[in-house]
Structure formats: structure tokens, C-alpha cells
Design a protein around this ligand. Sequence first.
Ligand SMILES: Cc1cc2nc3c(=O)[nH]c(=O)nc-3n(C[C@H](O)[C@H](O)[C@H](O)COP(=O)(O)O)c2cc1C
Length: 203
Amino acid sequence: VDVRDQVSPDKQAETSVPVHDLIARRWSPRAFDAEAEVTVDQLRALLEAGRWAASYGNTQPARFLVGLRGDDTFRRILGTLTESNQSWAHRSGALLVGVALTHNDKGELPYAEYGLGLAAQNLVLQAVAEGLAAHQMAGFDADAVRAEFGLPEQARAVVAIAVGHAADPRVLGVDRDVQRELAPRKRVPLAEFALRDWTSAAF
Ligand SMILES: Cc1cc2nc3c(=O)[nH]c(=O)nc-3n(C[C@H](O)[C@H](O)[C@H](O)COP(=O)(O)O)c2cc1C
């Protein structure tokens, strides 16, 4: 299929009330454009957004390994992903690994993973603002990242993130994967998500 003139699907969240465009438009594609590039400036904006996330006591536990498609870091991160994630993530324009600093000289850093998560969400939303998309992954080998990049004991690779230009789902090739890419996005209802009391009334 010639997918060059095709566009990525509209996966905008169907919200019960309007929410900010950046939040509604964020989703996690697997179909990325293998030709389109993520620029260094875009990547810098994503990382800058991440850097300004809140953290417990401003301990700033988040760190990111950053590779641009074509460079060595990208190849090394790609090599740590599960086969199924590699099968689509190789088309992304950038691959990152989110690392949580769990300890410093003074001891354990509380909420380190939480802090990394906040930084990652900032980064992901900035990607949407840049006209890009990001896809977070637990499917990678954290021990391989530790060995490959020489992470010390107090640093823990928590998540890999693919960033790129969302593309026509047909780049995925296999029909099952195309269907999954087009499937509607689902969430628990707001009434289950926000409560006035644990067992009874919804907010
Ligand atoms: C911590 C985390 C780990 C994830 N791991 C994977 C993964 O290994 N492979 C994958 O294809 N998607 C992965 N996802 C993507 C989720 O499946 C996706 O965010 C979820 O289905 C909701 O879809 P949406 O992001 O498009 O709203 C992960 C997401 C998060 C936040």
C-alpha cells in the first residue's frame, strides 16, 4: 500500500465535558512515519517540559536517555525493547528511556517513580504540542539498559518512550495490528473514577 498520502486516525478522546486539546488528542500510536524526523529542537522542548515537572521536595528524580533515529543511542535503546515493541518502535523518530533516581547521598528518594511519571507525562504532552506523538513502553529489558548504559545501582530504568510522527496504520502491515491501531479508546466511566465515598456515590 502507498501510505504516504494517508493520515493517522483521529483518536481524540470522547470526553463527557471538554478538556484541554492537548489531553484529548494524546494517544499512543504504534504506526510511526519512518521517514519523518523528530528535530533536535523538538526533542529539547520535550525534555525541557519534562524537566519542569513537580517532584517530591523538588528532588527531581527523573532522568532520560535520549536517542534520535540513526544514532547509536537509538539503536542501543531499540535493542533493549521486547521483540513486539521493536517491530513498530523502530519507525519512531526518537527513543527515550525514563530513569528514576531512587537514592542520593542522603538516602532513599521518596516518590521517585511518581516523579518520573510526572516528568514523562509533561514530555508526552509537549510531544502532542509539537505535532508529534509518544508511546510509552514497559516492554523492555531494564537489566539490559543498566548493562548497556552503565546505570549505577541508584538509577532504575522504568519506561521506554517512542516519539515520532503518527502515520497511517497500514504501515504496521499485519491486519490484526492495523485493527488494534484503529480500535476505539476506552476508559472507566467518570462515575467510577471519581467518588464521594469509596463504596457509594460517584462524585
Ligand atoms: C507504563 C506504561 C507501559 C506501557 N507499555 C507498553 C508496551 O510495552 N507496549 C505497548 O505497545 N504499549 C504500552 N503502553 C501503552 C498503553 O497500552 C496505552 O497507553 C493504553 O492502552 C492507553 O492508550 P492511549 O495511550 O492511546 O490512551 C504502556 C503505557 C504505559 C503508561
